[in-house]
Design a protein around this ligand. Structure first.
Ligand SMILES: *[C@@H]1O[C@H](CO)[C@@H](O)[C@H](O)[C@H]1NC(C)=O
Ligand SMILES: *[C@@H]1O[C@H](CO)[C@@H](O)[C@H](O)[C@H]1NC(C)=O
Ligand SMILES: *[C@@H]1O[C@H](CO)[C@@H](O)[C@H](O)[C@H]1NC(C)=O
Ligand SMILES: *[C@@H]1O[C@H](CO)[C@@H](O)[C@H](O)[C@H]1NC(C)=O
Ligand SMILES: *[C@@H]1O[C@H](CO)[C@@H](O)[C@H](O)[C@H]1NC(C)=O
Length: 682
């Protein structure tokens, strides 16, 4: 959560668990279901509730059991309060309140309100949607109406759905969020679901093949020493002494949406894996490179649907007075596994979870959700084409938009997808030749966006794309002309929207997460921002084109300098280059691409470090917090800066890059790529 100056204010919703609800007859009706079913349930004994398959109700609870897994829900709140699997009565944090084990929540506020509210979306009505051997689906709804304006409830209808399929050791969760026309304005900064597991069982976490480790407990964190940025803790006295002296921070386990398809926890005794499998990113915000939390110490496993992480307020959802909206988040699967009898390697659970993830991806779009708001494959459409690039300073002919990220998202401006949070987004990666096909797109109107690793800027198709149900659309080849005014004189970095290729310092030996030692993601270590002043104690970074190597000589983040006594100083970097042939008069161009910005203002000056005003300034930009949260990028910013030859010199030149805002150590920008272009050639 990034809402500055807004205070948390939790509202606890009264649980209805004490009420005796023995439901004898359930009539399933409602026009919003695909296949309404009628079902008669008889009241059952508590012993039966513990054991029988199917859907059972008892006081304040519902159980769903397919013989492999048994899931218990609060009723009608719709929280997951128990998961029984492989002989463990409950995989969830049994010492927590029932409302604090497996739940959805929303962080919201009225636009005029300073404080935020966490709404745990307690249902007021329970319904069985489907109940047969192959599929059980249940629904917990909460509804809002104009008469509740001013009651402190978020103006939202929410239908939380849980599905269990025969033979699947797990279940699926999805939710339909809705605002009707005429409802008052609201802002929402976070929508997610949370699973809190048993600490005595789940100690090993895996978020990817090379990000797996034994984790500290919450108690270890409580006893540790809080570090400079909230959530980061130095483990001073952990129960597992091997972890002593390490840093723990949930943001060190973030992933980009495109890489976040399975993550979770392993219990070794008995061997059980608890996994969150996300088969599609269509319901995520901000495109494939949006980063977010995954699993972290607790043990906790999250599915983040909306958040401002690594983006800032730009990604909060803002609904105007009267603005209607509907969106389906999920389905996402909670998958459970155990080892086969002849296997004693608990890492097999991770491999099996990855295989299951592949199967879930292949099954997408699922053919079982009963909500009419989830279209099946035959109600979706596709779009195929080829993306080419015209850059005559690289090649006279068109070149392939190889491995481009291509996506359909809400109609908007060039690049707007990275700040888009209300609609669905459908992304794919083109092949080497730029051919792509975006499948399983929900019907609707979209803009077509793309960007190509190795190429600056953003492509947008000129016109609205309308996807019709059951149709396959092809477009003639598309041509992207990236910003380019003249031949490359020099460049620093690789245009890939990340600062990963630059110099990442070693962490302080006293502030390490051992996982990231000798690891390609060294940038996830804590406190690297402070290393700048160690490496450049007196003089700021200065980079000489043709001599220095950006992999070794360009610090990954342009940060402030710790000036002692709690002050931070602004820093100015220099790029020194030679111009043997200055074309006068002529317009040179500086292409300046940033991979991140946090409360920063980048000023650019040519050959006069004190020119006032500067020759160019970004103005105050950015709230993505990627430096403090160890992301190697936040949002992407591209500036094409005209540099008249009058600012340049024959021979040695210096570009001064000043990040002028310096209140704290977390401010700064990350560069993606810088290129100086000569005047246009005819
Ligand atoms: C809801 O209440 C607010 C005041 O809290 C008022 O400004 C607004 O007009 C009301 N909206 C409707 C639709 O009644
Ligand atoms: C798509 O745009 C067309 C033309 O503006 C409009 O008529 C149609 O209603 C839109 N469809 C959707 C699903 O918004
Ligand atoms: C669209 O393409 C899909 C996948 O190739 C195919 O299954 C489907 O039949 C096609 N639909 C039409 C209307 O051609
Ligand atoms: C920091 O404060 C100390 C004590 O007030 C003072 O002696 C020292 O000069 C200050 N250092 C800087 C860099 O301002
Ligand atoms: C440089 O660009 C300006 C407009 O930005 C234009 O007026 C001027 O003619 C250009 N100079 C040359 C030499 O092309």
């Amino acid at each position: 959560m990034e809402k500055n100056g807004k205070q948390m204010q939790c509202r606890w919703v009264i649980r209805l668990s004490a009420m005796v609800v023995v439901v004898v007859l359930f009539v399933i009706a409602g026009s919003s279901e695909k296949a309404p079913v009628r079902r008669v349930l008889r009241s059952i004994s508590r012993r039966e509730l513990k054991s029988s398959r199917g859907i059972q109700l008892s006081r304040g609870q519902v159980a769903m059991d397919n013989g492999l897994v048994r899931v218990i829900f609060s009723n009608p709140g719709g929280d997951v309060i128990g998961i029984k699997y492989n002989g463990i009565d409950n995989l969830l944090a049994i010492n927590n309140e029932e409302s604090n084990r497996g739940y959805w929540d929303v962080v919201w506020n009225k636009p005029e309100q300073k404080s935020i509210t966490i709404d745990k979306l307690q249902g007021t009505r329970f319904k069985i949607i489907k109940n047969d051997q192959n599929q059980m689906e249940i629904s917990f709804t909460k509804t809002w109406s104009i008469s509740k304006n001013g009651s402190g409830m978020a103006p939202l209808n929410v239908d939380k759905r849980y599905v269990m399929l025969g033979g699947y050791s797990g279940f699926y969760a999805y939710a339909i969020f809705e605002r009707l026309e005429g409802w008052p304005a609201v802002e929402m900064d976070q929508i997610r679901f949370v699973y809190k597991l048993r600490q005595d069982k789940f100690q090993f976490m895996s978020v990817s093949d090379d990000r797996q480790r034994v984790m500290p407990t919450l108690d270890d964190r409580d006893k540790g020493q809080p570090l400079a940025y909230p959530e980061a803790v130095l483990l001073t006295n952990p129960s597992n002494s091997q972890l002593r002296g390490e840093v723990d921070d949930k943001y060190q386990y973030s992933s980009e949406s495109k890489d976040n398809q399975v993550h979770g926890w392993i219990s070794s005794n008995p061997p059980v894996g608890f996994w969150i499998i996300t088969p599609s990113n269509e319901f995520h915000t901000a495109g494939p490179t949006k980063q977010d939390l995954t699993s972290h110490a607790g043990p906790i496993a999250l599915s983040m649907f909306v958040s401002t992480h690594y983006a800032g307020r730009d990604l909060g959802m803002e609904f105007k007075d009267g603005e209607p909206w509907k969106k389906v988040f999920g389905p996402v699967s909670i998958y459970l596994n155990t080892l086969s009898a002849n296997d004693d390697n608990t890492l097999s659970l991770w491999n099996n979870a990855k295989q299951q993830m592949q199967q879930e991806v292949e099954k997408w779009p699922y053919n079982f959700p009963q909500s009419v708001d989830f279209p099946y494959a035959d109600q979706r459409g596709s779009l195929a084409s080829q993306l080419l690039i015209r850059d005559r300073y690289i090649h006279k002919k068109l070149i392939w938009g190889g491995y481009a990220y291509v996506g359909l998202a809400a109609p908007g401006d060039v690049g707007s997808w990275q700040k888009e949070s209300k609609g669905y987004q459908f992304w794919t990666k083109a092949d080497k030749r730029g051919y792509f096909s975006i499948r399983n797109v929900r019907p609707g109107n979209y803009s077509l966006y793309a960007w190509v690793p190795g190429v600056i800027g953003d492509y947008k198709y000129d016109g609205i794309i309308t996807i019709e149900p059951g149709s396959n659309m092809t477009l003639n080849r598309l041509v992207y002309e990236p910003p380019r005014n003249g031949p490359t004189l020099w460049e620093i970095g690789e245009p890939d929207r990340s600062a990963a290729e630059f110099y990442i310092p070693d962490p302080y030996p006293t502030l390490m997460n051992e996982l990231y030692n000798n690891h390609p993601d060294k940038f996830r270590q804590y406190g690297l921002w402070e290393r700048y002043a160690d490496l450049y104690p007196n003089k700021d970074l200065s980079y000489t084109v043709g001599v220095d190597d950006f992999r070794k000589d360009w610090f990954f983040a342009h940060v402030t300098r710790n000036g002692a006594n709690g002050t931070y100083d602004s820093t100015t970097w220099q790029v020194i280059f030679k111009l043997d042939n200055l074309r006068e008069p002529g317009n040179y161009t500086l292409q300046l691409a940033l991979a991140s910005a946090t409360d920063s203002e980048l000023q650019v000056r040519f050959n006069d470090g004190t020119a006032n005003p500067s020759h160019f300034t970004t103005g105050l930009i950015g709230k993505d917090n990627a430096i403090a949260r160890h992301g190697i990028h936040g949002l992407y910013w591209l500036y094409t800066i005209n540099v008249p030859s009058s600012l340049l010199l024959r021979g040695d030149n210096t570009v001064y890059l000043t990040q002028s805002r310096s209140v704290n150590p977390f401010q700064g920008v990350m560069y993606d790529y810088i290129r100086l272009e000569g005047p246009p050639q005819t």
